[in-house]
Design a protein around this ligand. Structure first.
Ligand code: DQA
Length: 151
C-alpha cells in the first residue's frame, strides 16, 4: 500500500485564523481530516506531521526516508525560501516529494519567488488553497503507479 507523509512547516498550525485572505478559513485539522477521508477512498496510507522547528522537520524527513514512507507532500511554509537544511534532508534520504503552497508564491513578494524545493520536487502545486493538498495526493498516486514495473 502506498504510504504518504504530509509535512507542514512553521505557522501552518495557525491555518483558519492566520491571514485567511491568503490561506483560507480551513484549519490544519480540517485539511488533515479531508485528506484522511480521501486517502481511505484511494486505498493509501497517510500520516501527518507539522512543526514550527526546522530541526524537527529535518529529523522527520530523515526518519521518513529510512522508513516506510513512499512519497511526501510538503508545504515547507517560510522554510521554502530559507532552508538549505530541509532541502538537504530530502536529498540525503532520497525521499520523493510534492511541494504544495496554499497561495501562489509567484504572485506575492519577491522574496517568496525562490523555493529551495521546486527544482528537486516531483512537482509543485501553488495557489489553489487547501485543494492543493488533495491535488497532490492524487498526483502522488499517479506518480507511484508510473514507477511500478510493467511486467
Ligand atoms: C506558504 C507560502 C510561504 O511563502 C509562507 O511563508 C507560508 C505559507 C503557502 O502555503 O502559501 O507560510 O507556504
Amino acid at each position: 500500500m502506498l504510504q504518504v507523509l504530509v509535512l507542514n512547516g512553521p505557522n501552518l498550525n495557525l491555518l483558519g485564523s492566520r491571514e485567511p485572505d491568503k490561506y483560507g478559513t480551513l484549519s490544519l485539522s480540517d485539511i488533515q481530516d479531508g485528506l484522511t477521508s480521501l486517502a481511505g477512498k484511494l486505498d493509501i496510507g497517510i500520516e501527518f506531521y507539522q512543526s514550527n522547528s526546522e530541526g524537527a522537520l529535518v529529523d522527520r524527513v530523515q526518519q521518513a526516508g529510512l522508513g516506510s514512507v513512499d512519497i511526501a507532500i510538503v508545504n515547507p511554509a517560510a522554510y521554502t525560501h530559507t532552508s538549505v537544511a530541509l532541502r538537504d534532508a530530502f536529498l540525503g534520504v532520497s525521499l520523493p516529494f510534492i511541494e504544495v503552497h496554499l497561495s501562489n508564491i509567484y504572485k506575492r513578494e519577491a522574496f517568496r519567488h525562490h523555493s529551495y524545493f521546486s527544482d528537486i520536487a516531483i512537482g509543485t502545486i501553488a495557489g489553489f488553497g487547501a485543494a492543493g493538498y488533495a491535488m497532490a495526493l492524487d498526483a502522488a498516486v499517479n506518480y507511484h503507479k508510473e514507477q511500478l514495473p510493467t511486467f
